[in-house]
Ligand binder design. Structure first.
Ligand code: COA
Length: 435
């Protein structure tokens, strides 16, 4: 019997939640179905059915992604034509004025264990691509449970993360030379102050996405027991300079004592946001010096993070590099014209796209004055690449040589160097939130 893939109806929501948790070995949390419905909308929540029985799930968030040049674009008057003849800044900002590239966030991917390896995931991804194209989204992003699943569908690792843990008695974060004023948030201070601070911050780094007010309310300002994993409720400390908010950190405390009654607690950092290095230094110093909690753990830093270099002994900051956001380009012209370019020059590239054929073909990219013009061409390509390589290169943090080694890119060494000069971006890509 054939598999049907379609958006679910409200009556199917409970089964949908059960099925996706079954794949991951857990159970739905209280209110999770309602949160998903509000954040995604049921029309973007898909399931696969085998003769009426639900056997697969996925959901697509509508996101606005920061890409190289997004911050520069926001500083310019909306609607101004670019020097290179690319899309206007108004188009880049999206119709609602939120800066960044309209992007589909693929999530909740699961297939019933009874139905695996029959092509159901392949069907769900096809439905996700079609849905993203319908919504005018040139990119799709996801966080992978296992990296090898998604390359075949054109997703490449675009933004790595650095997991860090340290005992500050050994690492010894230096006190800041120019301290900021710190105070724990009270009343509605967090809900008022955090969103604008984080929005400023996310525009500075490719890979972040905008958090809507609904996203803040349902995903960042909730503090359910299941989110705590045995630690305290979430604490928020606000940094101010001359009375103005300039940053914040959120964290939990996990108290612990040694067998001999010595304090050995842990600070589990959720987020550190600061307008400049002095602010972030002040916040890291604070988090590293909370009495009874000498251990600090943070699930994700950008790979170019300054934190280790604030310590007397950077080696004592145990770091683990792993992949974070996976990115897939669905519309090559729109995606490449929507980002900024630090380098200038031309490149003719051929994208060999079996899983989303409409994005395949040969393109000429001309980067000039920070923007690019991209058009289809019959010229002989200098560079051939799998869409996963294009996804990995897109945010400017992955060298072409790495993609050649992975078997996803073919070009002469000089062309690879030119590709890196064109695609490269000075700020390492990083996504501060999984979904
Ligand atoms: C991963 C999962 C979604 C795959 O679903 P599926 O319906 O079995 O996948 P398909 O049959 O469409 O497989 C498509 C291709 O991907 C490959 N593939 C599937 N799962 C894979 C995995 N875990 N690792 C590597 N390759 C995988 C298949 O072998 C197949 O390759 P082929 O085209 O060369 O034959 C499913 O096994 C699952 O639900 N796992 C648990 C939950 C999970 O990890 N979800 C992903 C969340 S990010």
């Amino acid at each position: 019997m054939g598999i049907e893939i379609r958006p679910i109806v409200p009556d199917e929501l409970e089964r949908y939640m059960e099925l996706c948790h079954l794949a991951f070995g857990g159970k739905p949390e209280e209110g999770e179905a309602e949160r998903l419905t509000e954040l995604v909308g049921l029309d973007r929540v898909h399931a696969a059915f085998d003769g009426g029985r639900m056997v697969g799930t996925e959901a697509s968030y509508g996101l606005r992604l920061t890409v190289p040049g997004t911050a520069a674009g926001t500083a310019t008057a909306a609607g101004t034509a670019t020097a290179a003849g690319g899309r206007s800044d108004g188009e880049r900002a999206g119709d609602d004025g939120v800066p960044g590239v309209p992007t589909a966030g693929l999530s909740r991917v699961s297939v019933a264990a009874t139905h695996r390896r029959r092509g159901i995931l392949t069907g769900l991804i096809g439905a996700h691509f079609a849905d993203a194209v319908d919504h005018g989204e040139a990119l799709s992003v996801l966080w992978a449970s296992e990296l090898p699943i998604y390359g075949r569908f054109g997703y490449g690792p675009a933004a790595d993360i650095l997991q860090v843990s340290y005992d500050n008695r050994k690492a010894d974060v230096r006190p800041p030379e120019r301290p900021v004023d710190l105070a724990l948030a009270e009343g509605d201070e967090a809900t008022q102050l955090l969103p604008p601070l984080r929005e400023r911050d996310r525009l500075r780094r490719p890979g972040h996405f905008h958090r809507s007010p609904t996203w803040w309310r349902l995903r960042r300002f909730t503090d359910h027991e299941f989110q705590r994993e045995g630690a305290s409720q979430r604490r928020t400390v606000i940094a101010r300079r001359d009375g103005e908010p300039v940053g914040y950190a959120t964290y939990r405390q996990a108290p612990r004592w040694t067998d001999h009654d010595l304090p050995d607690g842990e600070i589990r950092v959720i987020e550190v946001i600061g307008d400049d290095l002095d602010v972030r230094h002040g916040l890291w110093w604070f988090l590293s010096n909370i009495d009874l909690h000498p251990n600090v753990r943070f699930w994700s830093l950008p790979v170019d993070a300054e934190l280790p270099w604030l310590a007397a002994d950077p080696r004592a900051m145990i770091r683990h590099l792993t992949d974070g956001l996976q990115l897939r380009v669905l519309d090559v012209v729109a995606a490449l014209e929507a980002r900024g370019w630090a380098g200038e020059g031309q490149l003719v590239l051929a994208v060999d796209d079996a899983s989303h054929p409409s994005a395949g073909g040969t393109y000429r990219l001309t980067a000039e004055a920070g923007r690019a013009r991209v058009e289809r061409t019959d010229d002989e390509p200098e560079l051939r690449l799998h869409p996963a390589a294009l996804g990995a290169l897109y945010l400017g943090s992955r060298p072409a040589a790495a993609m050649a080694v992975a078997g996803w890119l073919e070009a002469a060494p000089a062309v690879r160097d030119r590709t890196d000069r064109l695609f490269g971006w000075p700020t390492a890509a990083w996504c501060d939130e999984s979904f």
